[in-house]
Design a protein around this ligand. Structure first.
Ligand SMILES: [Zn+2]
Length: 191
């Protein structure tokens, strides 16, 4: 708890100076992406600056959606909704799904996560209640086994979504979180 309080104070102190010294001016742009695209990628720390730098993207260039694993787990979840909003309301004309090697969701099994939850106070009873409510917690917490297949699957879900308009290329890529090298998995112009 102590550490969290410290981090928040650091952030707020820095923020005050950032705003006062008008540092924001060099980032001023609009809500519409200059490069007319939306990226779905992973929340991995190594990609925070590396991914945009490796792709020559600056503030204002693209829409970015992040989650654990760059996954579209549910066709009517918040990730798919964000993509659709980007396409219909925010002038995104292409979609890029960019997963990465050495992802925390790669090979992730539900069991150790559940064990970790239980060691921090979540009870057996809670898991039972969720199960009786029809929630398959093990499936929900499962990551992916193969990053390439995972990207292909997410691209498929987006491309074949009943609410996606025709003619929006959906690309799939995998980035190296050390070098920033991109490997093309699906070229959305080829379909
Ligand atoms: Zn990841």
């Amino acid at each position: 708890m102590m550490n969290n309080t410290k981090l928040l104070n650091e952030i707020l102190d820095y923020n005050q100076k950032f705003v006062e010294s008008r540092e924001y001016e060099k980032y001023e742009t609009t809500k519409f992406p200059n490069k007319r695209a939306v990226i779905l990628t992973c929340m991995d720390t190594r990609l925070l600056e590396l991914l945009p730098k490796a792709m020559n993207l600056s503030n204002g260039d693209i829409k970015t959606i992040k989650n654990a694993g760059a996954l579209v787990s549910h066709p009517f979840g918040s990730i798919m909704r964000s993509i659709l909003i980007a396409v219909y309301q925010l002038q995104a004309e292409e979609v890029l799904v960019i997963a990465h090697h050495d992802c925390g969701m790669s090979g992730l099994k539900a069991e150790p996560v559940i064990e970790s939850m239980m060691s921090r106070g979540v009870t057996e009873e809670t898991f039972d209640t969720l199960t009786y409510s029809g929630i398959d917690i093990k499936k929900w917490l499962h990551g992916f086994d193969n990053v390439t297949e995972s990207v292909e699957h997410s691209v498929d879900v987006i491309r074949n979504h009943p609410l996606m308009p025709e003619g929006v290329p959906v690309h799939g890529l995998v980035i190296d979180p050390k070098t920033g090298k991109l490997d093309l998995v699906v070229d959305g112009y080829q379909d």
